[in-house]
Design a protein. Sequence first.
Lengths: 82, 156
Amino acid sequence: MLILTRKIGEGIILGDDIRIAILEIRGKQIRIGIEAPPNIVVLREEIYQRIQEENLRAAGVRDVDLKEIANIWKQKKENEPR
Amino acid sequence: MSLDKQKTPVEPVSTTIATKHFGEIVVREDQIITFTPGLLGFSDLHRYILIEHGQDSPFLWLQCVDDAALAFVVIDPVYVLSDYQIGPINGVKKELDVRNLQDLKVLVILTIPSGRPREMTANLMGPLLVNLANRRGKQLILENSPYSHKHPVLPG
């Protein structure tokens, strides 16, 4: 990992089109500004991981389980009052 | 292939792709949805097609064109949460070049645990947006929303 020291207002450039700036330091919290093109995903790490893990879990669906769910769904629909 | 133009009207280019759930299927180029960037965790895979699960079934398969083994089950979120709102979409409208809001399709991915399908959950935090007009898609992450990535679909 590259480690840099920056002051408030200073920035870091990643590649040609991503800029990260240190905006404010308040106690233990640091406000960071990020400028990046729209095709770059910028997310808090924990959110990124949560969605990534959920996508990975969702990718393993089996036919037989979907069939069962579709049947449950159909029964539910039939039992609903019109 | 015949060169007689009378007998061969212009048709979109078709490709045969391998899939885990459906064997080999033929897809037309104009059915392929391109996700840029790819779904989180699958960033190298961009091309998908939507396949209906069956009549009377609200479920759809989102089958990856470039990886036979990769397929998600997706559903219109209206079946999960009738008042589901993805919030401001100006950014994504621009990115997907949405000219007519009716072209914008929202889908959510379902996680169906193996052998325990009743425990199915919907990822309402990471919906898929697809512009049906140009078939460009994106997984939107609703960071500051009240929605869960594991929203229970069936009552427990």
